[in-house]
Design a protein around this ligand. Structure first.
Ligand code: AMP
Length: 402
């Protein structure tokens, strides 16, 4: 079975083609700067002899229609598919599924209209997903297509965890509540953790830490998400590359009154100019570590703040779960930054959490167990693979519907 995974944004489309017989990536690539004077289109694939090829082209790609045409031609020319009907399915990543989608959905007019209706709750992502989806349906009408929602894994949160303590009418009228994001990644790593620990996922209690440029934590009880740090939008929770995470909401009133900042200014400030970048000028953890090692105090402060916030969430989700079988680190920072792992779990022996400093420094492209042998809670590093999870869920949905 060949499944194509599409992640369409407002000005970019990322794609990966999987052979589901062995989960191998047959081809991958992206088209960026869609709609600009000069766009960049890329494909990477392996030929029958397993030799890797890459092709890049700079040209004007005005819209998603042309972007997907470029991708299809590139896939056909590379020989990984004969034509679009050679695809068994297309899986679309969708960030905001609101309360409407608790699991994957076969794409049809109704599903697309719901994704459109949810744009106010996902203004940065849903319009791009929808543009890509409409074009893919138009260009490949015979290929079954599935929408996979970042929010769906968190649809099991109990109401007392997803409600905000603001007037109830805003939940009734506007569906303001915690939705949570990165669900595909949290789901993937908890399944991988269960396999590694040889435990049924439906009995596994885990705290999963997705630490990339965006970052979130999930508390998982018996394989189901029961709390997560992102909220109505991906702004809440941990300190991120450019997002503030949790702050006192009254800061916004104070800034508006003192500095005359508008709603748009505040939105931009919290989403694009805050987080690690707001503290030390960089949103790239590798660069920040380097700066800190060279004595930059703000870079060190940014790291300390990042680790401290993370530790607070590990503590609070330990309390939420009571029994924690494992903590899983993933994402660019979680998979690579041993210092973040060590500091965020420091002095948590009373919670049953103890990292072995030597194991923590080991590197692996596979799963790494970094907890000390006497640690009650297993601490794992698991590379995430959201695209593969989307492909697997797409395949499951298609098999269910045929
Ligand atoms: P992601 O959004 O998952 O791609 O993660 C991006 C973040 O991971 C950035 O802050 C990167 O600096 C960080 N990152 C990637 N590789 C490393 C590494 N080897 N060490 C520390 N941080 C890394």
């Amino acid at each position: 079975m060949k499944i194509l995974v599409l992640n369409a944004g407002s000005s970019s489309v990322k794609y990966q083609l999987f052979n589901m017989a062995n989960n191998a990536v047959l081809a991958s690539g992206m088209i960026e700067q869609i709609g600009e004077k000069e766009s960049m289109a890329k494909i990477k694939y392996k030929d029958a002899d397993d030799v890797e090829h890459k092709r890049e082209q700079k040209c004007a790609i005005p819209d998603h229609d042309e972007a997907l045409k470029w991708m299809s031609q590139a896939l056909i020319h590379s020989g990984v598919i004969k034509d679009l009907n050679d695809l068994d399915g297309i899986g679309h990543r969708v960030v905001q599924g609101g309360a409407s989608f608790q699991e994957p959905a076969m794409v049809n007019e109704y599903v697309m209209s719901e994704i459109e209706r949810l744009i106010p709750l996902g203004p940065l992502h849903n319009p791009g997903h929808l543009a890509g989806m409409r074009v893919a349906v138009h260009q490949s009408p015979n290929v079954p297509q599935v929408a996979i929602f970042d929010t769906a894994f968190h649809s099991t949160l109990p109401k007392y965890a997803y409600m905000y303590a603001i007037p109830y009418k805003y939940y009734d009228d506007l569906r303001i509540r915690r939705y949570g994001f990165h669900g595909t990644s949290h789901r993937y790593i908890v399944k991988e953790a269960a396999k590694y620990l040889k435990q049924d996922v439906n009995t596994l209690n885990a705290i999963t830490l997705h630490l990339g440029n965006g970052a979130s934590v999930a508390a998982i009880e018996n394989g189901k998400s029961v709390d997560t740090s992102m909220g109505l939008t991906p702004l809440e929770g941990l300190i991120m590359g450019t997002r503030s995470g949790d702050i006192d909401p009254a800061i916004l009133f104070y800034l508006a009154r003192k500095r005359g900042l508008t709603l748009d200014d505040l939105d931009k400030m919290l989403n694009k100019e805050s987080g690690l970048k707001g503290i030390c000028g960089s949103n790239d953890m590798r660069e920040i570590t380097q700066m800190a090692e060279e004595g930059d105090e703000k870079a060190q402060l940014a790291r300390d703040m990042f680790n401290y916030r993370l530790k607070k969430y590990i503590g609070s989700y330990s309390a939420v779960l009571g029994r924690v079988d494992c903590i899983v680190f993933t994402g660019g920072i979680g998979e690579n930054d041993s210092g973040v792992r060590l500091k965020s779990c420091e002095n948590l022996e009373n919670f049953g959490i103890k990292i072995d400093p030597l194991l923590n420094e080991m590197r692996s492209s596979d799963i790494l167990q970094i907890s000390a042998p006497d640690s009650k809670v297993k601490v794992l590093v698991i590379p995430t693979n959201e695209e593969l999870e989307i492909a697997m869920e797409t395949m499951e949905m298609i098999e269910k519907h045929h």
